[in-house]
Design a protein around this ligand. Structure first.
Ligand SMILES: C[S@@+](CC[C@H](N)C(=O)[O-])C[C@H]1O[C@@H](n2cnc3c(N)ncnc32)[C@H](O)[C@@H]1O
Length: 337
């Protein structure tokens, strides 16, 4: 490659995350030995060696996606975007037999519409391939070979490759979810915030399809969050190092350990969601050790010296909100017992 890709210059990547989770993600990345972190709204810029970058993709529990910046440039007009998009050497990561998609976000810039920006970049990529090879790669929004992120802020554009290959909350263990399943990355954030380190027993008295229990299990057993993921976007990068990735995976997997029976348990009033929780947990190592019972939390015996985590029902309609006031009060009483 004539020019280095942006991330190859100095090893800076970007971890996207939910709002207010930035500090937790930064702490998690530091635990994984990244060199530097800079938190911004809904994400963390971090600098890492390739090995650590692979580990972050495989093991981060709270980040929702890892981006590898390919190119940054001044983008004060649609013409700037088209020109840079046309001149970039896309053939290093894409060919006419494979598909791509673009997610775009613009703010405080001359280009004001995200979808229009994505369309302009898509045209530039397609025109470049057509001019060079007489045909172009197709767009596939559902399952693209490469997913690009275009971010234009203050007339500065960054085009990145989605190095995770799809959102990291898709762990691969949730085959079924109840009515209001929690996002896995948020559940992982709650486990981290609780400070639970697998010493106390952990209990979720309204466990639903078991997301908090599953994330607690991954944490306690040191199971990488992407242990079931078959493919990562970083495999499409031109300097992808299969030997290094295998080493990272092997080292991370070697830390997986067993937990004592009943360290993690939960209950729910609704039998159908407990079946889902059981099915989901069965896809994780030691999942069979998580005890699940059908019970109204008001009937539970006293839980002394437990770490209690819970995602309470939340109503949207006014009637539901009224009914929930009592439930929240009763839950408060339950915690004080
Ligand atoms: C927001 S959902 C929990 C979702 C869960 N975190 C997940 O990821 O699937 C709230 C759960 O509380 C349960 N629930 C409501 N009232 C309950 C009660 N009195 N006792 C026990 N569980 C209750 C519901 O059945 C529902 O599964």
């Amino acid at each position: 490659m004539r020019d280095k890709l942006e991330y190859q210059k100095d090893g800076w990547y970007f971890a996207q995350c939910g709002r207010d989770l930035e500090t937790l993600v930064a702490e998690e990345l530091q635990d994984m030995q990244v060199q530097q972190v800079k938190t911004v709204r809904a994400g963390v810029h971090f600098q890492a060696e390739q090995e650590v970058f692979y580990r972050v993709n495989y093991c981060s529990r709270i980040a929702s996606r890892i981006l590898a910046p390919l190119v940054t440039f001044r983008c004060a007009s649609e013409n700037d975007l088209y020109k840079k998009g046309y001149n970039f050497e896309w053939e290093k990561i894409l060919d006419t037999a494979h598909t791509f998609a673009i997610v775009s976000h613009v703010s405080n810039s001359a280009i004001t519409h995200s979808q229009y920006a994505a369309l302009k970049l898509k045209d530039a990529i397609a025109d470049r391939f057509r001019a060079k090879y007489g045909k172009r790669p197709s767009v596939d929004r559902e399952n693209p070979h490469i997913l690009l992120h275009l971010n234009v802020q203050d007339n500065r554009a960054i085009i990145s490759l989605d190095a995770s290959g799809g959102p990291l909350y898709r762990r691969g263990y949730r085959m079924q979810g109840g009515e209001a399943p929690m996002q896995e990355t948020l559940a992982a954030a709650i486990i981290r915030l609780s400070g639970w380190e697998g010493k106390l027993l952990l209990y979720d008295p309204m466990c639903g399809s078991g997301t908090l229990l599953a994330e607690a299990l991954l944490h306690a057993c040191h199971i990488p969050s992407c242990f079931r993921r078959q493919y990562f976007g970083f495999e499409r990068l031109p300097d992808y190092d299969l030997t290094l990735w295998r080493k990272v995976k092997k080292n991370s997997d070697s830390l997986i350990c067993e937990i004592p029976d009943d360290l993690i348990a939960g209950s729910d009033i609704e039998p159908s969601v407990l079946k889902m929780a059981s099915a989901n947990l069965s896809l994780i190592t030691s999942g069979e050790k998580v005890k699940l019972i059908q019970c109204d939390f008001r009937q539970l015996p006293e839980l002394k010296n437990y770490c209690i985590v819970c995602n309470l029902p939340y109503g949207v309609r006014q009637g539901e909100k009224e009914a929930l006031k009592l439930l929240y009060k009763e839950f408060g009483d339950f915690l004080k017992r």
